[in-house]
Design a binder for this molecule. Structure first.
Ligand code: C2O
Ligand code: CU
Ligand code: CU
Length: 502
């Protein structure tokens, strides 16, 4: 069992995740290397201060898994307040079917997914199947659906027969409360299996989320400054657990499906000393697995990886990432949350026991679609801006092309079947991870440098004062959908637009 440093209760008020200077990060990085041999001290060293009084060290649990059969998966998801245990303490959260995360939904291309969403929350909610290439109309992935307290709604999604395999997820999308509901615990994984299975000794889902609990175990409210910055929780959880343990045998090759379900936190994942092979990010497959040391996941991104266990064990860590600050330029008077730059140990990986034989080679995947040679029918610019509110108020505005989200207004009209090129421009001092529903984006240029590889994402990071150009094929489905910043506080504040494909 491992525990963070014991601190007497009430010794210090719940603190915000401690910012770490570059120098500290380097020092922690050094400790991380020692941790492979040296154990718990380094784990403690990387824990943010808000974790005092919480304990980790349990084996990693898997969420319940619900699998389709005969082409159908029919499930009920009840969104309700739930009581659970986080880090050894009782916590009052939100959950689907009482759990945190909700059940994993496992499907194959061509399946139908039926979800009865039951709203047991105090306010309205709805459901979004993030990344799935399905219709945004009717009772599909329709963001205009609103389910009131005590009511339910029947969603039905039809996956195309050629739907890309990968890791997807579901979460609420009712404008104005998305960040609160996701932060509270409403999220779950969707796995679309590979047509040709990839051999592994074990498959695990790792849903990474963050939350802050107050003194009585309730999910803490976000301040106005937190919302502008994009809230980051003090506790970073894997499948709702604090610092769990994953036990592997040498030579084992595990399949990990990682979801960044954090409202605002970027993950720079490392598993030093182990072999990581990236199969894909968001949807689809790389032609060949890529050997990687580090995986960057903006909020909403997912990674599908193989981990081959090498003797010794290590920590799964997320390194510091500077995503900028809403307070720069003194606009907020300096009282805002400095949430960036925190390194956190997420889990302990132990590798012990008798070695197992190496699994077979990963089957070669079909080459991904490449839109760089496609005929572009329209070029657009979307400018993601933060500004001061009208009348000198202290709230910043979050806009796209100067406008806050209005569900009644149509912002972008696209011809069905066309390929468009969008330049996503960020005029602010913070990164914005830009997400488009239904149709994935191919990154073709970052800040004036052409992207050499074929890179597909459904959340594309646009760095502070930077720009990213993507191409999108508006194939297969027509209808009305949205695009937005996936820092969910920014989305709720208005950084979202509507799109009609017809
Ligand atoms: Cu995961 Cu519209 O979002
Ligand atoms: Cu989405
Ligand atoms: Cu944003």
């Amino acid at each position: 069992m491992r525990a963070p440093p014991a601190a007497p209760r009430n010794q210090e008020p719940p603190a915000l995740a401690r910012p770490v200077s570059r120098r500290t990060v380097l020092a922690l990085g050094g400790l991380g290397v020692i941790a492979v041999a040296g154990g718990a001290a380094a784990l403690w060293a990387t824990w943010p201060s808000g974790t005092a009084g919480f304990v980790g060290g349990d084996d990693l649990h898997q969420p319940d898994e619900l699998t389709s059969s005969g082409g159908l998966l029919d499930v009920t998801l009840s969104a309700t307040p739930a009581t659970t245990v986080i880090g050894g303490r009782s916590a009052r959260v939100l959950g689907y079917n009482g759990g945190l995360p909700g059940p994993t939904l496992r499907l194959v291309p061509g399946d139908r997914l039926r979800v009865t969403l039951v709203n047991g929350l105090a306010g309205p909610t709805n459901l979004h199947v993030h990344g799935l290439h399905v219709s945004p109309e009717g009772n599909g992935d329709n963001m205009a659906v609103m389910v009131k307290t005590g009511e339910s709604f029947h969603y039905e999604y039809r996956l195309p027969a050629d739907h890309p395999p990968g890791v997807y997820w579901y979460h609420p999308h009712h404008h104005g409360t998305v960040a609160d509901q996701v932060f509270g615990g409403l999220y779950g994984t969707i796995v679309i299996d590979d047509p040709v299975p990839i051999e592994s000794s074990r498959e695990r889902v790792l849903v990474i989320s963050d939350v802050t609990l107050d003194g009585v175990g309730a999910v803490a409210d976000a301040s106005a400054a937190d919302r502008m910055q994009g809230r980051e929780g003090e506790l970073v959880l894997v499948n709702g657990q604090l610092a769990p343990v994953l036990a592997l045998r040498p030579g084992e090759r595990e399949r990990w499906r990682i979801v960044n379900a954090c409202v605002s936190r970027y993950l720079r994942l490392r598993l030093d000393g182990q072999r990581l092979q990236l199969l894909g990010i968001d949807s689809g497959r790389l032609e060949r697995p890529a050997e990687v040391d580090e995986i960057l996941l903006a909020p909403g991104n997912r990674a599908d990886i193989l981990v081959t266990a090498l003797e010794g064990g290590t920590e799964l860590r997320t390194l510091a990432y500077d995503r900028g600050t809403a307070t720069s330029g003194g606009m907020m008077g300096g009282s805002g949350q400095a949430a960036t730059g925190t390194e956190v140990a997420l889990a302990t990986v132990t590798v012990t026991g008798d070695p197992v034989a190496a699994p077979g080679a990963v089957p070669r995947q079909p080459a991904p679609l490449d839109l760089r040679g496609a005929t572009v029918t329209a070029r657009r610019e979307l400018s993601f801006d933060m500004g001061m509110g009208m009348g000198g108020g202290s709230m910043m505005t979050f806009t796209i092309n100067g406008q806050e989200f209005d569900p009644e207004r149509l912002d972008t009209t696209v011809l069905a079947g066309s390929v468009e090129e969008w330049t996503l421009r960020n005029t602010s001092e913070m990164d914005h991870p830009v997400h488009l529903h239904v149709w994935p984006m191919q990154i073709v240029d970052r800040g004036g440098t052409a992207e050499a590889a074929v890179v597909w994402r459904d959340v594309v990071n646009v760095p502070a004062r930077g720009q990213t150009t993507v191409r999108i094929s508006f194939a297969d489905f027509a209808g009305r959908a949205v695009y937005h910043c996936h820092i969910l506080d920014h989305e709720d504040a208005g950084m979202m637009g509507t799109i009609l494909v017809r």
